[in-house]
Design a protein around this ligand. Sequence first.
Ligand SMILES: [Fe+2]
Length: 404
Amino acid sequence: MLKKITISQLDTGMYVQELDCGWMTHPFLSSSFKVTSAAIIDKIRKAGIQRLVIDTAKGKDVGDAPTVQESNKQLDQRQQALGEAVAPQENKRSGVANELGTAKKILQDAQSVMHNILAQARADENPRLDDAHLLVERITDSLARNPDALLGISRIKQKDQYLFQHSVATSVVLGAFARAMKLPVDTIRDIVMGGLLHDIGKTQVPLQLLQKPAKLTEDEFAIVAEHVSLGRQILLELNDIPKCVIDIVSQHHERWDGTGYPKNLKGNQISIEGQMAGIVDVYDALTANRPYKSAAEPALALKKILEWSDLHFDAQLVQHFIRAMGIYPVASLVQLDNGLVGVVLEQSTKLLRPCIRVFYDITKKRYVQAHTVDLSAAGTRYTDHKIVGAVNPSEHRINPYDFI
Ligand SMILES: [Fe+2]
């Protein structure tokens, strides 16, 4: 039986099935192994891993730990409760359909702006940020009109453009997050800029390490981790970079429980903007395809972040993040209790009942006439139906972006 335990419950003789650490690198060649000595437990603790899955059929059992199914059920209930309790973001000035064209143009233009900045940094020149300031303004304005347009299409990613896409997607999500926190518009702009630049230090890291199609060794990881201080250095050489941009670059890998890097900062030692960037960086990393892992569904990534919210992130801040993203983020594929499947187009007045475009019947395995439904609207044929969960598009060979 698979059980979920904490590091304090781990004992010799147990069989570790999985180290529940998501994005973190860890010094173990495999995630599954028998714990044969106290030294191994120490090594796991030192790697910052706080939760694990053990297989009680292959090693010692522990009495008071939930099974993986029980733990998942608890998490589902927590997510549903949060979906009902958290009020969605308000004040959209326009419908998502009206904003999509502008959002697409912004993302197209972002490509050349970021290409230039990253190329200048790679050539050890000081990056010129004039075009980036204009881009930040356009992103912030689009998010104010309707955040779901940019949030949706910035999820569409092509191969081999990881740094560019991760920078832009992080900046868009951070901007939406900052709006949900009701921060002043000047601060939102700085945070969006921080998102664009947060990984600029990666331009100083050998490309073969960034693109390595396998797990990094400890030494290789140490080199990649240098991107934080290298990025900070690049920005400190420029004039007039706001403190919160520097904080985002310096602190986006720090974690609430002190398990991050480079300084192992804890709790409020990390600035709010640094903490926000940490959440968004993990969200985008989980939902991205990388050479060594496939992407997690946005709704599942969000659930993981909720699960880690009492450890790696501040729980209050995660609530704001969910307010910005919804329970089922834009562009996720969801299944209704009648078997119909749709892609989330826009958040509505209820987090658990977004506006979706229905186009597939999962029980009959065939496409249906595509139509848009606001699940929060009263008196429609969908009023008595609800979302039962996220669907993995690749399992059904569906491309949700064809229907946005
Ligand atoms: Fe980073």
